[in-house]
Design a protein around this ligand. Sequence first.
Ligand SMILES: *Cc1c(COP(=O)(O)O)cnc(C)c1O
Ligand SMILES: [Zn+2]
Length: 402
Amino acid sequence: MYRLVCVECGESFPPDEILYNCTRCGHLLAVEYDLATLEIDRAAWDRRPLSVWRYREILPVSIPPVSLQEGGTPLYHLTRIGEDIGLPHLYAKHEGMNPTGSFKDRGMTVGVSMAMQLKKTSVACASTGNTSASLAAYAAKAGIPAVVLLPAGKVALGKVAQALMHGAKVISIRGNFDRALEMVHDLCLSHGLYLLNSVNPFRLEGQKTIGLEALDQLGGIPDRMVLPVGNAGNISAVYKGFTELVSLGLMDRIPMMTGIQASGSSPVVRAVHEHLPEVIPERDPETVATAIRIGAPVNAEKALTAIRRTNGTAASVTDQEILAMQRDLARKEGIGVEPASAASVAGVKKLLDMGVIDRDERIVCVVTGHLLKDPETVIRQCDPPLEIDADLPSLLSALQRS
Ligand SMILES: *Cc1c(COP(=O)(O)O)cnc(C)c1O
Ligand SMILES: [Zn+2]
């Protein structure tokens, strides 16, 4: 059993109320379990497959979940990049290996399951791309219609393709993500669709399992968790999962939560560095990493708590640094990610150069989405294939040239 609790004023609401914000003060809601009475059998967790649903005792879903077998993603030791930059204990959790190719699936398996549990008959979201791809797939699995709003011209090709193919009603608005979110929020409140952006606290419940899996895979607690930050839901979610393990007595310290943004879209970084009480939105965010091209992060207040309470930090990286690390991950480690994902590892390199990170830290970077999500950005960075006549001499001379 759980309640919805306001992160600001502490007001609590019953579990079956459809709410996206506190009705008293307007701040964010979080799912709160009665952890004191919860008995977790750690060995039972270990016997289940590594997945979101391994941790079902600390998830809000009580019906059979709408699942596409999300989670259980690989944790890779980045040996070559680690050696290059001088970090022997650097890991990447490859969330691109989820069913639709991003960590959003962890949030959507829980979010769409909750839509069914709460007897909602249609779902909606605004998206920089991956949320829409994921929602479209999970709504298809649940057999209910989905509406998605995208910022026109700013969504990577693979993500639009997924949303369309899975049968969502896809609408492009002439405006940015932040505006799309306002619009879909209004639509859901006025017309009863169920809103599945990360302002929906159930999304974060699924996403918190990234951190829980990382602990289980590492067989211990990392010193630092590094995530790319857009709406700041994911970093908040991972932190929340850790605090619950601490309350359950299953963990005795929390990694330093570290958020990375693109320099053209970095309101959270600014708030951290300038010790601001809250994030000041940016009007015109811009970055090649479209998944984190967000000026007004919805979950900023939760993320600032996560970063500050764990003695973590935030940093920004340029588009050039992001793309260079996308190539390094692909070529030195065999890990194909979209640009936003590479921001986490690029951020580690930068923080190390700045002397913020110690060389002996054990660090888990979350790489959030798959390379094939954004093929156009990939193609722009690579030389095109050589085209030759279909004979061996031409092949040999082509190989000599390249
Ligand atoms: C959604 C997304 C992010 C940002 O996550 P937030 O929870 O919005 O901070 C980063 N990378 C990818 C690939 C994403 O899809
Ligand atoms: Zn409140």
